[in-house]
Design a protein around this ligand. Structure first.
Ligand code: ZN
Ligand code: ZN
Length: 326
């Protein structure tokens, strides 16, 4: 099952995404990734179509178990409310006392992160977010905070308003939609009271807000940092990240959203020190083989997995493991 819809997308985004080799937006280039010594060119994957699951990611050469397939930068990442004081406001890296850079009530891990966040944070600090944050805190909502950050990034010119259109949206119940509308009202009010220009917030309609949340809902990854240094055994880090508790935040990516689900996956997504994702193989993969990750905790039994996949992602899994009844 693909997280990507075939119906709604911008042509420009689609062509860039289907050619990840030319999409530096969505993975770290070799130049920025050379310190791990494992990525020296474009990622060994292509995005293609399958009959049963829509888009999918395939290996373009043999990849050994534990190898890095590619890294991916988030389109948008946001710390969870409980992590606000303990992680970088931009990249979600855990903050060490000495290296903290403080700026108008939030902290960054480095001056580089402070500089990269300046565009959206200048927008964010113009408005009063107390009611909106109270709403998120009361309902224990995490995704509206991502939408708020996305809005600030769009207003600052960091991202286009259609940046997530290519992702498949979740089906929302009417109860969910009415809660979403409360959040929309509070977000809209915050911008309106801060006297943003009409043209700056013209994209922020109720339909846009609902559509963005529906996409974030099934495409956001929960980020659990496993820490560790370069060269550490990737397979044991992969195992550690499955067991790790306590998300530091959530993020949405492009390329990783093309990976289909499997309850016995051959690939794995994980995070070491910040929201930059790493896609690695869990076993040897042959050229042409589809790469799949597990969207949920693979240690759960058959019934629990089907329930979560159906309720959370809107499909019943038909992978080999599920077919065997395991
Ligand atoms: Zn940072
Ligand atoms: Zn399955």
């Amino acid at each position: 099952m693909s997280r990507l819809a075939l119906t709604r997308y911008s042509r420009c985004y689609l062509s860039r995404l289907l050619n990840p080799v030319t999409s530096p937006l969505f993975y770290s280039s070799a130049a920025t990734n050379r310190d791990d010594g494992s990525q020296t060119g474009p990622p060994p994957i292509r995005v293609g179509l399958t009959e049963s699951a829509g888009r999918a990611v395939f290996a373009t050469r043999r990849i050994s178990a534990g190898d890095l397939i590619h890294t991916a930068k988030p389109v948008v990442a946001c710390p969870s409310l409980v992590s606000f004081d303990s992680v970088c406001y931009l990249c979600l890296k855990k903050l060490m006392g000495s290296e903290k850079v403080q700026d108008r009530g939030v902290s960054y891990c480095s001056q580089e992160c402070q500089e990269n966040a300046k565009g959206f944070y200048d927008v964010e600090t113009r408005a009063d977010w107390s009611s909106f944050v109270d709403y998120c805190r009361t309902h224990n909502f995490k995704y509206p905070l991502m939408v708020k950050r996305l809005c600030c990034m769009i207003i600052s010119g960091d991202l286009p308003a259609d940046c997530l259109d290519i992702l498949q949206p979740a089906a929302l119940s009417s109860a969910m939609i009415s809660k979403i509308e409360d959040g929309y009202g509070l977000l809209w009010n915050a911008f309106r009271k801060a006297n943003f220009k009409d043209e700056d917030v013209a994209f922020l309609t109720k339909q846009w807000y609902t559509a963005i949340l529906a996409r974030i809902r099934i495409n956001a990854f929960r980020i659990d940092l496993v820490g560790g240094s370069c060269g550490e055994d990737l397979l044991s880090l992969a195992a550690a990240s499955v067991e790790c508790e306590g998300a530091v935040g959530h993020a949405v990516y492009m390329l990783p959203s093309f990976y289909n689900h499997d309850c016995d996956p051959n690939a794995h997504i994980m995070w070491l020190q910040n929201a930059d994702a790493r896609l690695t193989t869990l076993r040897d993969v042959e050229e042409g083989e589809e790469l799949r990750i597990c969207y949920i905790d693979a240690s759960m039994g058959y019934e629990a997995r089907q329930t979560i996949l159906s309720q959370g992602f809107g499909f019943l899994c038909n992978c080999l493991r599920c077919k065997s009844g395991d």
